[in-house]
Ligand binder design. Structure first.
Ligand code: 5GP
Ligand code: ZN
Length: 117
């Protein structure tokens, strides 16, 4: 069924608590945690609990959750005390996506260069 947890998905395992993560925000539908290899002083990943392969697929199937994902990204930035930040949705291996569970990178806390993430 669409949105079901995938046994081979790293982020589904983080949602399930099977792999530890430094969680910064959690709602019924969305989880935010620090990236394990931060590319900026603030580097948080915001993901839906449900599994979709990328953000556009999530938005097509579950627009309400996609909206909540964006709202939570803004709350992460607020919690971290950064007014200026970048949201990145890598989609497809050729664009740098390595985990095929929808997520947005929240990056900030420094002057942003063009080549981050
Ligand atoms: P992508 O390249 O797919 O847009 O982003 C995946 C992100 O997940 C990368 O920035 C990578 O550092 C992060 N990542 C990979 N494995 C783990 C992990 O086990 N824990 C955490 N917190 N982040 C991870
Ligand atoms: Zn998943």
């Amino acid at each position: 069924m669409a949105g079901e947890a995938q046994s081979d998905c790293l982020f589904c395992k983080i949602v399930a608590g099977e792999i530890p993560a430094t969680v910064v925000r959690k709602t019924e539908r969305v989880l935010a945690f620090r990236d394990i290899a931060p590319k900026a002083p603030v580097h948080v990943l915001v993901i839906p609990h449900v599994h979709y392969p990328n953000a556009a697929a999530l938005a097509a199937a579950e627009p309400g959750i996609a909206g909540e994902l964006l709202a939570e990204a803004g709350r992460v930035a607020e919690d971290e005390g950064i007014a200026d930040y970048r949201l990145i949705f890598n989609t497809g291996a050729g664009a740098g996506q390595t985990v095929f569970h929808a997520h947005v990178h929240v990056l900030g806390g420094t002057h942003m260069t063009e080549s981050m993430v």
